[in-house]
Every structure is written in structure tokens, then in C-alpha cells.
Design a protein around this ligand. Sequence first.
Ligand code: SF4
Length: 393
Amino acid sequence: MKVPCSSKESSAGILPGGIYIHVPFCIQKCLYCDFYSITDLSVADDFLHAVQTEIRLRNKTDNLFDTIYIGGGTPSALKPLKIKTILKAVFSSFAIARNAEVTMEINPGTVDSADLTAYRKMGINRLSIGIQSFFESNLRFLGRIHTAGDAEKTITAARSAGFTNISLDLISGLPGQTEKSWINDLEQALLFSPEHLSCYMLTYEPGTPLDRKRKKNLFTPLEDPKAGSLFSITGQFLSRNGYQQYEISNYARSETFYSKHNRKYWRFHPYLGFGPSAHSFSDHVRSWNHRSVETYIENLGREILPVENTEILNREQQIMEFIYLGLRQTDGISMDDFYRQFGKRFETVFSGTITFLENRQWLQTKEGKCFLTPSGMLLLDSIADMFLQNEPL
Ligand code: SF4
């Protein structure tokens, strides 16, 4: 199935939306992961049926959508025909832009050349590949199911299948990692000239097996200053190699390859989420689905939308998210946008905090934008808190 030409172009003033589909299956849980997914694929067909029902029930909008993102979990744990079924339902229920970015997350060890060719043929035009590391010892530490060799084969096969927009995920901050070994991971990735890279720092999420091992002192985590220095050299190394950082963890060869879908989350554009735990957002209203696959399937079996909760963001929450999401992006907070949205000048309301942070070279203001420096990026959460706690809103 190809991406069809849309019969409905975006009506003036309405931002094109994004569609997210959460496929909640993984072959095995990675030790660090706290995303919602299950390893029991026996309910995959019931899930497929349920997600098609959800897409049909939510088909109440004339809005145009220009991104589709199939994430998870491991969407490639499902065979191409199943993914095609989901995409077909989306294309037949919503107006999808002619040039829509259609991304799918895949993991090495779950796809072969034929699968990749099938994904490309059905209209998926961007892949996000979970590589994490090219070192076997790191992959084993993280509990990944694949080897470095599998990762290399998958990227090569994706190129052969015709994918010209590929993003690779890597993780830094692993125990024992050095600047040299992290740069080596980045160099390995660049051998494949990916259009996009997402470089995340390892975090120990409460309740994950890795966090439990850490608490039992079964390994020695990398010290914070060392992890911070790996973050800093990532930006410098990738910039020397032609990649622009546009968000705290994301780099692209040019603006063309910025993730259009993920930018919607950071810019308050509307999006619709399908599947267990998926979130939707529009006009300051956020809702999210039940996390449990069983509850999700059971609700949709009765033709009930599987929404667990809805919140209307109040003014304080809107300001909080505007600041936090703005600071994540390298082009920062637009002070004019802040004024348009909240009726107050950002630089006036937050003058004390801005001066404090500028004096420490953690933040800069230039040409109507307020953005974090590379050293400020390391302190993102604390700096966002500072804005929210120190100033009257
Ligand atoms: S493959 Fe991805 S979603 Fe699945 S357990 Fe591993 S990190 Fe989590």
C-alpha cells in the first residue's frame, strides 16, 4: 500500500496532526526498559482487531495528518502483513498528507530483508532502528536480543530495501564506558551515514531489572560527571561530522531529516495516539489509553474507547510544558510565541532567572529566542524547575 494522495489539504489555521500507534509487543524485555510492552504475542491478533476498532471509533476529524509513527514495544515483532493492516486502517480513516513522514521503529534480530522490503512497499519511509551499541558486552548488559553483527546487517538490509531516511538509537553512560569507547560507537554508526541519530543517556528507571541490580551493587554505574562528559563530546563529535543537534538527544544531517513527528510533541501540535498507553493531545487537552493490553482489548471488544484519563492543562501546566519542551530544543523558547500564548513577556516575567542562568553560561538569549547552552542542557530538569519555582506566573 502506498501513501495515498490526500483529498483534504490542511484547512487554514489548523496545524497538521500526527498519528502514533503503540505496538505493545517485544520478543524479550530489555533490562533497562520501562516502556509498556509484553512478551506474550499470542494476543497479537486480538490487539490488531482492537486497534482497528479504535481507529474506526476515533475517525471523527477532518484534520490533515502529516506524520504517522509506529512505535512500541517492538513493532517489527509483528510481521509486515499485520503492520499493513494497521496502516490500511489509518489511511482509510484519516486524511493523510501526500508527503507524510511514516516512521516505524524496528529492532535488529526481528527483521530480514524481505520484511524490510515489505515495510518500504507499504509506504513506510523512515526507520528508527534500536542499535544502542556496537559492543557485544554493552548489548548483553542492556539485555538486548541482538548482536552487533545483527545491527550492521539490519542497517545494510534497510538501505538495500530503499530506505533513505534512517535514524539510529544509541545509549551512552554505560558502566565502564570511556570517551574512546563511546566515540567508537558513534564512529561505527557514522559508517552507515544515518540521516538521524538519537543518543540517549542511560537512566535507571525505578522498578526495572537494571535498577534492582544497581541497588544490589551488582555493577558500578558510571559516575555522573563522566556520563555528563560523554553527553558533551557527543554534540562536539557529531557537529564535526556534519550533524546538527536540534533537541537534547536528537541530531540530524539537515533540517530535512529532523523527526517531524517527534517535533509535534515538543511544539504542542495535535496528535492522536492509538494502542495501549498511547497519548493524544489537542487544544490543551491530553488523554491517554489504558496501559494493559487486556483492558485495551476488552474495552474495544465492547466498542468503548479505551481512555484511562483526560486532563485539561491549566495555565500553569501550559507554561510549565512550554518552558520544559522549549528548553529541550536547541532553538529554545520563542519569546514572541510565549507572549502570544500567555499575554506576558517571557524576558520580563523571568528576568531574574534568565540573568542568573546567563551569568553561569547555562542559557543564552538571542534574536527573540531563549535557549540552553551545551552545559545548560546537562541541567535541563533543574533549570526548568528554577523557572517554575522562582518567578511569579
Ligand atoms: S525492545 Fe525497546 S521497548 Fe522492547 S523492551 Fe527493549 S527497549 Fe523496551
